[in-house]
Design a binder for this molecule. Structure first.
Ligand code: FES
Length: 281
């Protein structure tokens, strides 16, 4: 028996925003009843790009209902630009967690949101095609683009993980060799490539902080330490990163150059290309 959080149980038994919006500005449908889960998301958006209403209809298990309810609660009252940054992990966090076997419900919620936002921008989205790319799992209609993105965003390591998050591989199993190939290819990519791919998407504040910390610890600090210097992360405010140079760097005549040409350059390479670094003395 799976262990559900109180939030999942609450939203499963008393979901919010169930139903349709007759005059919705955008309607996005993902999944398929044939595959066991489907979600239809309706959004109403005002002239200032604020989502004023969100409703859903879903066919699926309790986790799918709870994830869809959570998604609608997370986006109502927010600007479209803001909700572009939401990932399936944000839905999982809102729910206080989901059993591994049910992670695909959060992915389905994120897919519906992504599809709705694409439609809003006027991008052509084929019906019942949830993600671009080549279909790898024909039982569940899952593409390589979705599998690769979910591997990267959730740090997946096994075929079982992929099945939990996307359902791919969970029926006839004939796609499993291809899933293994994709896992190998993603694992073989240099960390820098993965970071660069991640930066194509807008980052959430939490993800940006994680990436800044990782880049300082794993990339920048080792370089400075070679010259007996060091760096301390003091604060992050949006895309402004405040650091203090330590050791031999602290009284270096060219600390400004180090700050721009090393610290800021690396953070722009690995995190986001418009990060600005400030020195705290
Ligand atoms: S093709 Fe993927 S489980 Fe059947």
């Amino acid at each position: 028996m799976w262990d559900y959080t109180d939030k999942v149980k609450e939203l499963y038994t008393n979901p919010k925003n169930v139903g349709k919006i007759d005059d919705a500005d955008v309607v996005a449908e993902v999944g398929s009843i044939v595959c066991g889960d489907a979600l239809k998301l309706y959004l109403k958006i005002d002239d200032n790009d604020i989502i004023t209403d969100a409703k859903f209809e879903t066919f699926g298990c309790g986790s799918a209902i709870a994830s869809s309810s959570a998604l609608t609660e997370m986006i109502v009252g927010k600007n479209v630009k803001e909700v572009e940054k939401i990932t399936n992990q944000d839905i999982v966090k809102y729910l206080g967690g989901l059993p591994e076997e049910k992670m695909h419900c959060s992915v389905m919620g994120h897919e519906a949101l992504e599809k709705a936002l694409k439609q809003l921008k006027g991008e052509k989205v084929e019906d019942h095609v949830d993600e671009e790319g080549e279909i790898i799992c024909h039982c569940f209609g899952v593409t390589d683009d979705l599998i690769r993105r979910v591997i990267r965003e959730n740090n997946l390591k096994t075929v079982e993980d992929i099945t939990n998050y996307t359902k791919a591989g969970g029926a006839c199993g004939s796609c499993i060799p291809k899933l293994e190939d994709i896992l190998e290819e993603e694992a073989a990519k240099p960390a820098s490539d993965k970071k660069k791919e991640e930066t194509k998407k807008p980052l959430t504040n939490i993800r940006r902080m994680q990436l800044v910390e990782e880049t300082i610890t794993n990339v920048i600090r080792p370089i400075l330490q070679e010259d007996r210097g060091d760096i301390e992360l003091v604060d992050i405010d949006g895309k402004n990163v405040y650091v203090a140079l330590r050791g031999s760097c602290s009284n270096c005549m060219v600390s400004n150059v180090t700050l721009k040409n090393l610290v800021e350059a690396k953070l722009r390479e690995y995190v986001e290309n418009d990060i600005v670094v400030h020195e705290i003395k």
